[in-house]
Design a protein around this ligand. Structure first.
Ligand SMILES: NC(=O)c1ccc[n+]([C@@H]2O[C@H](COP(=O)([O-])OP(=O)(O)OC[C@H]3O[C@@H](n4cnc5c(N)ncnc54)[C@H](OP(=O)(O)O)[C@@H]3O)[C@@H](O)[C@H]2O)c1
Length: 339
């Protein structure tokens, strides 16, 4: 089993390299910082992992071509797994982005994974069964304020995963997106340094009441590359502690430091004030509510019923998605699984 993980020296990419290497894959990774890369390669070698690396700026087209030439020569023209992980973000209001910042985020997040997927196609096809995983973000599915360029690159990645799933299925290549919520990595520490308020607000809107660890994302990435996931393609799987399912989290999450006026203008979702206790419900919070029910009540109650309040008649919900079912299963307590 051979794998290319872009941006594997720290954060989520690092956790993915470790996860795949532990499962026995020969992994190649890249980053821009040569000394850190060499340090990581030594570390992995001492753990007995088969990991090689290249210095490569994934935002550079010629360097991407060199990277894939190297990967092809190391793995004899065959690649089973491609993890498009490299990504960056600049947090600011939409009107303040410069042309250079736009180009940097687009090149790093989107153009890189688009081109690396193209370059990898012959290798993935030659391996007989290929799997591509794009590391997207909840910001590609929801509005997260002050990340408009980042969000659009991640939404485009989700769409690319779907397109490739359909186009390359004939070559036995699957393609999926994993969309993490806020995850403890150097990127997040850099972006939100001195922004405790942001993290605290985010945690308060996350049902699991914490941000993710990188290995909680890498486990889903590894699963999607396994034969166990052989029928899963074209999906975007959110690994977000339920954030996207929460009434006040999913849909519109605002960066803090808002004025009172901005808060008043925030596009709040309709709320059912007739629900029990202080918890409010909208259709998107249903999966969350479902997860909190006991096994018995899950069985005895319909999975989804429209919520009605004084002002709003919600349309019937669609049947539960794979994501709903996965997240419901994952958050059950061990005793819930016993019959
Ligand atoms: N952390 C989160 O909360 C979060 C949430 C949702 C999605 N994500 C996504 O997850 C992915 C990884 O994020 P992370 O938080 O783990 O980031 P990170 O901590 O900054 O790690 C990024 C990794 O990619 C490398 N890298 C960055 N830019 C590169 C480039 N242009 N060329 C080659 N390598 C590059 C970095 O090494 P060098 O800097 O040395 O090159 C590092 O190894 C990103 O796509 C991000 O958008 C993260």
């Amino acid at each position: 089993m051979t794998a290319l993980v872009t941006g594997g020296t720290h954060g989520i990419g690092y956790a993915v390299v470790e996860e795949l290497a532990e499962l026995g894959a020969a992994v190649h990774t890249c980053s821009r910082n040569e000394s850190e890369l060499n340090h990581r390669l030594q570390e992995w070698s001492s753990k007995g992992f088969t990991v090689t690396g290249s210095v490569c700026d994934a935002a550079s087209r010629p360097q991407r071509e060199q990277l894939l030439e190297k990967v092809s020569s190391i793995f004899n023209g065959k690649l089973n797994i491609l993890i498009n992980n490299v990504g960056t973000n600049i947090v600011k209001p939409n009107l303040e982005y410069t042309a250079e910042e736009y180009s940097l985020i687009m090149a790093t997040n989107l153009e890189s994974c688009y081109h690396i997927s193209q370059l990898s196609h012959p290798l993935l096809k030659a391996s007989g069964f290929g799997s591509i995983v794009f590391i997207s973000s909840v910001a590609g599915s929801l509005h997260v304020n002050y990340t408009s360029i980042y969000g659009l690159t991640k939404a485009a990645m989700n769409q690319l995963a779907k397109n490739l799933a359909c186009e390359w299925a004939k070559d036995n290549i699957r393609s999926n997106s994993v969309a993490p919520g806020c995850t403890r990595t150097p990127l997040v520490e850099r972006l939100f340094n001195n922004h405790d308020e942001f993290i605290n607000t985010l945690v308060s809107k996350t049902p699991l009441k914490r941000i993710a660890e990188a290995n909680e994302v890498s486990s889903m990435v590894a699963f999607l590359c396994m034969p166990a996931a052989s029928y899963i393609t074209g999906q975007t799987i959110l690994v977000d502690g339920g954030f996207s399912k929460h009434t006040t989290g999913g849909g519109c999450f605002l960066f803090p430091a808002r004025s009172k006026r901005q808060q008043a203008l925030a596009p709040l979702l309709p709320v059912d004030r007739s629900t029990r206790g202080s918890h409010t419900q909208t259709p998107i919070s249903f999966a969350f509510c479902r997860e909190r029910r006991s096994k018995r009540s899950c069985r005895s109650r319909p999975l989804a019923t429209p919520v009605v309040d004084n002002n709003h008649q919600f349309p019937p919900l669609l049947p539960p998605t794979l994501l709903d079912l996965l997240s419901a299963t994952r958050t059950m307590r061990p005793e819930d699984h016993r019959s």
